[in-house]
Write a protein that binds this ligand. Sequence first.
Ligand SMILES: Cc1cc2nc3c(=O)[nH]c(=O)nc-3n(C[C@H](O)[C@H](O)[C@H](O)COP(=O)(O)O)c2cc1C
Length: 355
Amino acid sequence: MNIIVLNGSPKGDLSATLQYVRYVAKKNPQHEFSTLHIARDIQKIENDPQRFAADIDQVAAADVVLWSFPLYYLLVHAHYKRFIELIWERHATAAFQGKYTLAIATSIHFYDHTALQYIHTVCDDLGMCFLDDFSADMQDLLDTDKRHRLLMFADNALRTAAQQRPTFQIPQPALVEPSPYRPGPAPSAPSAVDSGDKRVLIITDAKDPAGNQAQMVSRLQASFGGQAEVVNLQELRIETSCLGCIQCGYDNCCPLEDRDDFIPFYRDRVMTADILIYAGTIRDRYLSARWKTFFDRTFFMGHIPNIKGKQIGIVLAGPLIRNPHLREILQAYFEMMEANLVAIISDEGNDSVTL
Ligand SMILES: Cc1cc2nc3c(=O)[nH]c(=O)nc-3n(C[C@H](O)[C@H](O)[C@H](O)COP(=O)(O)O)c2cc1C
């Protein structure tokens, strides 16, 4: 069979995960494996329509699609997430539909299940036939037994595809379309929330000012009587997501510091706020790739709980009930940061008055 590998590591050929795939390929010379470096090349893929079309043609021509990816903050890397968005944005779903697929991930097994659930659900949404997934620790390839398990997994999955046997999908609750949120008049003092000397920062990625996320953010800001600052990630200069070099492990200094505005923004405005409200819209099965870039880039401070003790609110537009892994990811992220997640509010199933 012809197997196309979608490499989700920003490290490209040097990806640890890709070595697992290469090991499988070496032991299965009857199949042909070719690799697309999705996370490494996302800027080219996004900006050059011919490159995107060529990659999609390779997917369409393959018998099996293999998602090969490292865990990045309880999910996949932001660039991989962006590619997944582009599949729908550029109407390329037909190349994936009906195709057998499997996933190989590496990590330190910290919330790898949420990332695998995300990929499985995305594959289901694309109408693919999901064979199985394999989640390895980044060192497993050095262990004889673990290598054996990897080969058994690959053998079983690829045999299922070759024999055209049936696969299963993750059952989904019915989609409840959120109704448009039309806020009433904002409270004026004294009923507006008085945050006293606490600094409130609302971070949003809303693009459509009439959409539910933007409307919720503007009502929320008004509820603080104008005391809350709002920053839109779409307006911040962020050139790339984390490159996975881990240089920050020594001293919390990121080599991308001078390349864009993310690090000064995070240090000077996020880390200095007392109350942080994160507002997003569910896009495929997570927030936007822009938000994922935000989380990935926080890795430069990720070795310490850098927003410890802060009060956190999350405001979401979109079907949260259909994405239990997203709730789990958000809860785990803020727990890891030793921050206090007060509530997650979504527009799902709520009318304007209730919201
Ligand atoms: C920014 C960043 C975030 C990470 N997040 C997670 C995580 O949430 N869970 C986990 O188990 N490992 C996490 N890891 C570890 C990587 O998944 C692991 O090192 C992986 O094997 C790297 O694979 P690659 O060489 O193919 O990129 C993270 C690493 C980085 C650099």
